[in-house]
Design a protein around this ligand. Structure first.
Ligand code: IPE
Ligand code: IPE
Ligand code: MG
Length: 261
């Protein structure tokens, strides 16, 4: 844990009335935080702006969220940026998002270097525009030797598609005689998902108040604690993040048992 406490205290100066750094236990920060970043469109609409302006504003929230995660000592941050269902949106919005992913990633590479963040992607990237894919590959190559926080961006991600893909791969391996059906257990199955090697999320945050998963990490969220806030994604900041962590630390995670906290 390379948390810099002085830096963290400065980062969390000027606290609002309801929350401060002292309200969380830095020894029990969730290891993997996952976020469904929702509400960009409503944020823009409320200001009489085009939805695209909401997505642009959402990038600033994401940058702050990456920084906050690093400062708090989170091991892995994963965020839902584009679902397999989001292709249904107007072509103009899809194009804007794909372009935004590429330009943002390029722009933020220095931040990933500075904070020692390692990038990975969750989802089927083969369907993305070539420009976006090329930049994503550059991001992977450039951060491959970083050993700080893992930042996983879910793009063209759908949990059902992920599970079907894993099943197909396993079935093919069994058919080819590479393994037996008896070898299939939870650990093997997990290793066939896009999140292979990552611990399951400890805390899932969804912004904009929606009480649904929208096809996100159905397998991985089996025992994750949920925090839903009405705050729209472009308004999500380090303080809202802290409120989520405080809420998480007040939970009793039983994992089906009767004890434990
Ligand atoms: C989340 O904001 C961003 C993406 C899904 C890419 P939305 O665009 O879903 O915003 P709302 O839900 O319409 O307000
Ligand atoms: C979920 O948000 C997907 C992402 C945040 C990328 P949506 O806005 O697509 O979800 P629904 O349509 O409200 O369920
Ligand atoms: Mg939405």
């Amino acid at each position: 844990m390379r948390r810099d406490l002085d830096k963290l205290a400065a980062y969390y100066a000027d606290a609002p009335d309801d929350i401060s750094l002292a309200d969380v236990d830095l020894g029990r920060v969730p290891g993997h935080v996952s976020i469904i970043m929702d509400g960009n469109g409503r944020w823009a609409q409320a200001r009489g702006l085009d939805r695209s302006e909401g997505h642009v504003a959402g990038v600033d929230s994401l940058r702050e969220t990456v920084t906050t995660s690093v400062r708090l000592g989170v091991d892995a941050l994963s965020v839902y940026a584009f679902s397999t269902e989001n292709w249904k949106r107007p072509q103009k919005e899809v194009n804007l998002l794909m372009h935004l992913f590429a330009t943002t990633l390029l722009k933020e590479l220095p931040l990933f270097h500075q904070e020692n963040v390692r990038l990975r992607f969750l989802g089927d990237l083969t369907q993305l525009p070539a420009e976006t894919r090329a930049v994503f590959q550059e991001g992977l190559d450039e951060t491959a030797d970083h050993d700080g926080m893992t930042f996983a961006l879910a793009v063209n991600y759908g949990s059902r598609a992920e599970i079907v893909r894993a099943c197909r791969g396993i079935a093919q391996d069994v058919a080819a005689g590479k393994m037996s059906a008896d070898d299939v257990d939870e650990e093997l199955f997990s290793s066939r998902l896009y999140t292979a090697g990552m611990r399951d999320p400890d805390l899932l945050i969804r912004t904009s108040g929606e009480l649904r998963l929208s096809n996100y990490l159905l397998w991985q969220l089996a025992y994750t604690e949920f925090y839903v806030t009405d705050t729209l994604w472009p308004d999500f900041d380090r303080w809202e993040y802290l409120r989520a962590v405080r809420s998480f630390q007040g939970r009793n995670r039983r994992f089906g048992g009767v004890t434990g906290k």
